[in-house]
Design a protein around this ligand. Structure first.
Ligand code: SF4
Length: 348
């Protein structure tokens, strides 16, 4: 099996991204996406509001997209780096541990760029060495029509990575076909009940499973799962079993960097780190099912800090002191690294 063959060819400059090879299809897709916006059904919530004419639905996203942070990242799976991440505002889920909830739950403070300006930014990051543009959020799907307009304005061939919670509608999924080079899917919950309880999201598992099947036949795919404390049997197990049954061979990245933020800080079950036993059990479970873990991320411990730059106001460093005595740091900038080294034994 040649891993991520199509994506690697685009990211390595051997061939054009699909959308760039046929821009007329992108024009048709933009028209179709705008039609979906008129009675919004971009995601499985199907709010039915007229976002094209100023109404907003559950995600709060407007007709044109906005973003709250962008940078070149070196901490993703190896074939993806250096990756130009753009964090769009608005999301169709409400995970109680969300680390960027201020921008996700209220998109009104996002930075708005015209599609040509955003495309210019992506082209500049590509010239600086990014091998893809990694569209994330919040959730990129709620900004899909805007993102398509941005892609139409790109001057440089850029691999498109759709970094999503996979709760998009069938219609949105079919519009992404032929545009996305690599789906980076976050399979968050292994059953519909946990998705409702922890993220206020109905029908999550069924919709995500359907979309993962569609993604596998549309482009390259990496499935991620962030292990949650106390959710090995109810969430990881059904996800890992589903992947082994339906998408064997698809790279599966089990992530251990759970940190309680937002409402999880006042939820006794969620306000703790993973235990070593939980991590070991999860690792054995995934390996026992024979999942493809070749792209397993290196743990965040030891990861590079963010370069200090003009965007730091949008992504504030957050330090949490947890009841179990551990200290969590999100969005560490390089000029704070020495302080952390002095404070933390053995970190990073
Ligand atoms: S993208 Fe989803 S949550 Fe947002 S308005 Fe449309 S259907 Fe509702």
């Amino acid at each position: 099996m040649r891993l991520l063959q199509g994506y690697r060819a685009v990211a390595g400059g051997e061939r054009l991204p699909s959308f760039a090879a046929d821009r007329s299809r992108l024009d048709e897709k933009i028209e179709a996406a705008d039609r979906l916006l008129c009675r919004c059904c971009l995601c499985e919530r199907r709010c039915g509001v007229d976002r094209y004419n100023g109404e907003t639905g559950f995600c709060g996203a407007a007709r044109e997209g906005s973003y709250f942070f962008e940078h070149i990242l070196w901490g993703e799976e190896k074939p993806l780096i250096p990756s130009h991440e753009i964090f769009f505002t608005g999301c169709n889920m409400r995970c109680n541990y969300c680390y960027s909830w201020e921008h996700v739950e209220d998109p009104s403070g996002g930075r708005i760029l015209a599609p040509e300006e955003m495309a210019g930014l992506i082209d500049r990051r590509s010239l600086e060495g990014a091998i893809n543009v990694n569209l994330i959020g919040g959730e990129p799907t709620v900004n899909l029509p805007y993102i398509f307009k941005v892609l139409r304005c790109l001057q440089r061939p850029t691999a498109i990575v759709w970094n999503s919670n996979f709760h998009m509608s069938r219609e949105a999924m079919s519009l992404l076909d032929g545009v996305v080079d690599l789906y980076l899917g976050d399979f968050r919950f292994g059953n519909n009940e946990c998705a409702v309880r922890l993220a206020g999201t109905p029908d999550y598992f069924d919709a995500a499973a359907r979309n993962f099947m569609a993604a596998a036949s549309s482009g390259d795919l990496i499935i991620r799962h962030l292990l949650l404390p106390g959710h090995t049997d109810c969430c990881l197990k059904p996800i890992a079993e589903w992947v082994s049954r339906h998408l064997p061979g698809v790279p599966f990245n089990l992530m251990f960097q759970y940190t309680p933020f937002h409402r999880a800080l006042s939820c006794p079950q969620m306000c703790r780190s993973l235990t070593e036993e939980e991590e070991d059990t999860a690792r054995r479970m995934v390996e026992g099912l024979g999942l493809n873990t070749c792209l397993w991320n290196t743990p965040l411990k030891g990861a590079a800090a963010l370069p200090s730059n003009d965007n730091r106001e949008e992504l504030k460093t957050t330090i949490t002191f947890r009841p179990d005595g551990r200290v969590g740091i999100m969005h560490l900038y390089d000029d704070l690294l020495d302080v952390v080294k002095m404070l933390g034994r053995g970190y990073p």
